[in-house]
Write a protein that binds this ligand. Structure first.
Ligand SMILES: Cc1cc2nc3c(=O)[nH]c(=O)nc-3n(C[C@H](O)[C@H](O)[C@H](O)COP(=O)(O)OP(=O)(O)OC[C@H]3O[C@@H](n4cnc5c(N)ncnc54)[C@H](O)[C@@H]3O)c2cc1C
Length: 173
C-alpha cells in the first residue's frame, strides 16, 4: 500500500471540513519505518539501555507500542536500580535476557503472523472466513493484542500455543 497516496486521498476527503487546500501542503509528507518485534540490537551497552521504540518494542501484530514502552522502561528501571544499589554496572547486562523472557516468544509468533498475512491471497482468504465469525474475531483479537490468559486454555490460547510450537521447531520461521 502506498501510504503517500493514502494520505493524499485523506487530505482530499477532509479538505472542506478542515478548510485546507490539499494541493498546497505546509511541507512535504515524510515517513519512516518503526522497528517492531524487538528487532533492534544491541539493547544494552556498558552504560545505556534501550527501551520502547528505540528497542523495537512494538507489537508486529498491530503496531502497538505504548504499553511496551512503559513495560520495557519498568524492566530497565529494575536493572538500573540493581546496578546503582550494588555499584556493579554489569547488572545492566541482565536486561536482554529479561526482555527475551517477557516478549521473545510472543514477538516470534507475531513475526510469523506478519509474514503470513503479508501474502495477499492468504490475507484475503483469512479475512473472508474470519470476518463473518464474531467468536473467531474475538480469539484473533486476544492473540493480536497480547491479551492471552495463561491460566485459561481457550481456543485462542491453544491456537497461540500451536503457533509458538511452530516457531520453536522452525527458529527461522
Ligand atoms: C501514528 C501513530 C499511531 C500510533 N498508534 C498507537 C496506538 O494506537 N497504540 C499503541 O500502543 N501505539 C501506537 N503507536 C506507537 C506508539 O506511539 C509508540 O510505540 C510509543 O509512543 C513509543 O514510546 P517511546 O517512549 O519508546 O517513544 P516516543 O513516544 O517516540 O518518545 C520518544 C521521545 O524522545 C524524544 N526525543 C527524540 N530524540 C531526542 C533527543 N535527541 N533528545 C531529547 N529527546 C528526544 C521525542 O521527541 C519523544 O518525545 C503509534 C505510533 C504512531 C506513529
Amino acid at each position: 500500500m502506498n501510504t503517500s497516496h493514502l494520505l493524499d486521498s485523506y487530505a482530499h476527503m477532509i479538505a472542506d471540513r478542515w478548510g485546507i487546500d490539499p494541493g498546497k501542503p505546509e511541507c512535504r509528507a515524510t515517513s519512516g519505518k518503526i522497528p517492531m518485534g524487538g528487532s533492534i540490537f544491541p539493547k544494552v551497552g556498558a552504560t545505556h539501555l534501550m527501551i520502547g521504540d528505540a528497542a523495537g518494542s512494538v507489537n508486529p501484530f498491530n503496531g502497538e507500542g505504548i504499553d511496551y514502552a512503559y513495560e520495557t522502561a519498568r524492566i530497565a528501571a529494575g536493572v538500573l536500580h540493581d546496578a546503582l544499589t550494588s555499584g556493579d554496572a554489569s547488572a545492566l547486562q541482565q536486561y536482554p535476557a529479561l526482555l527475551d523472557a517477557e516478549y521473545g516468544q510472543y514477538f516470534k509468533v507475531a513475526r510469523l503472523f506478519a509474514r503470513v498475512i503479508g501474502r495477499p491471497a492468504l490475507m484475503r482468504e483469512l479475512s473472508r472466513v474470519g470476518i463473518h465469525s464474531r467468536t473467531l474475531m474475538e480469539w484473533v483479537l486476544r492473540i493480536m493484542a497480547n491479551l492471552l490468559r495463561p491460566d485459561e486454555k481457550g481456543p485462542a490460547e491453544i491456537a497461540y500455543a500451536m503457533a509458538a510450537r511452530i516457531v520453536r521447531l522452525a527458529p527461522n520461521a
